[in-house]
Design a protein around this ligand. Structure first.
Ligand SMILES: Cc1cc2nc3c(=O)[nH]c(=O)nc-3n(C[C@H](O)[C@H](O)[C@H](O)COP(=O)(O)O)c2cc1C
Length: 237
């Protein structure tokens, strides 16, 4: 419950302004609630006690949940670089702040100095193995393997990992596991946003010229147990 330097809090706000948006046409807003006195925690189930809570609000447009997930996971990764730990809280909210103008409340990210180690080894994260996630149509290039690994480690609500990957040498197609007849689960779209945040950050780190796009020829196909979402395509290494 320790306070964080005001400069770090300001840096988080500045980072948000520069974060990569999946859909630049969707207007969003964030707000940080100071709970260092323990009196300003949001209400709901599965809450986590933390000194700060960051909320995001978004206009409700096509793919707005994916866009919000992408922004929030970039913020969470950025916090890590500042030595700050964080946890999404999908079931809590502020009763008096469900709306900000035309924007709707989406999710809260609890954050603060970690009460223990900030990171763990990736093998200690509970995630599906590559062979359970991917169908390999061609031998992947090295960058393709790097992208699969960071995508695999993305967080998801209840750790559901609602995704499957179809891998070619220079591209990966991302599919959502169908849960209902043809609808995604409540948080699936947000989870995919987290996954694409990992990919965008990694592409930047590796200096890869990578596009995340929806391919019309695939989106028109019907699949029994999965739904096409997007493809990551490398243009040049
Ligand atoms: C949309 C979303 C909602 C989440 N909601 C909660 C929550 O309410 N409470 C909680 O403790 N964790 C929540 N989490 C964290 C996930 O449970 C966690 O990321 C996942 O189980 C994987 O665990 P790890 O990130 O520690 O590896 C949420 C994650 C996401 C992406």
């Amino acid at each position: 419950m320790e306070a964080i330097d005001p400069e770090k809090l300001a840096a988080i706000g500045a980072f948000y302004e520069d974060a990569q948006f999946l859909s630049p046409g969707i207007s969003t807003e964030i707000g940080i609630t100071d709970n260092t006195d323990g009196k300003h925690a949001p209400k709901g189930f599965f809450g986590v006690k933390a000194p700060y809570y960051l909320s995001i609000y978004s206009e409700k447009k096509d793919r707005y949940m994916m866009n919000a997930g992408c922004i929030m996971e970039q913020i969470s990764l950025y916090m890590l670089t500042l030595g700050i730990a964080s946890c999404f809280l999908g079931n809590v909210s502020y009763r008096d702040a469900k709306q900000r103008g035309d924007k709707e409340f989406i999710i809260v990210l609890a954050f603060g100095k970690p009460d223990g180690p900030l990171t763990r080894r990736s093998v200690d994260a509970r995630r599906l193995a590559v062979q359970d996630l991917c169908i390999f149509k061609e031998d992947p290039r090295r960058w393709t393997q790097d992208i699969i690994e960071v995508a695999r480690l993305a967080p998801s609500a209840f750790n559901a990992q609602p995704w499957r990957f179809v891998v070619l040498a220079n591209r990966i197609h991302f599919f959502s596991k169908k849960r209902d007849i043809d609808r995604m689960g409540r948080w699936d779209e947000f989870d995919f946003g987290c996954l694409f945040a990992h990919i965008l950050v990694t592409a930047d780190e590796l200096w890869l010229d990578l596009d995340l796009i929806r391919l019309e020829n695939i989106s028109q196909k019907n699949f029994r147990s999965s739904q096409y979402v997007l493809s990551a395509i490398i243009k040049a290494e």
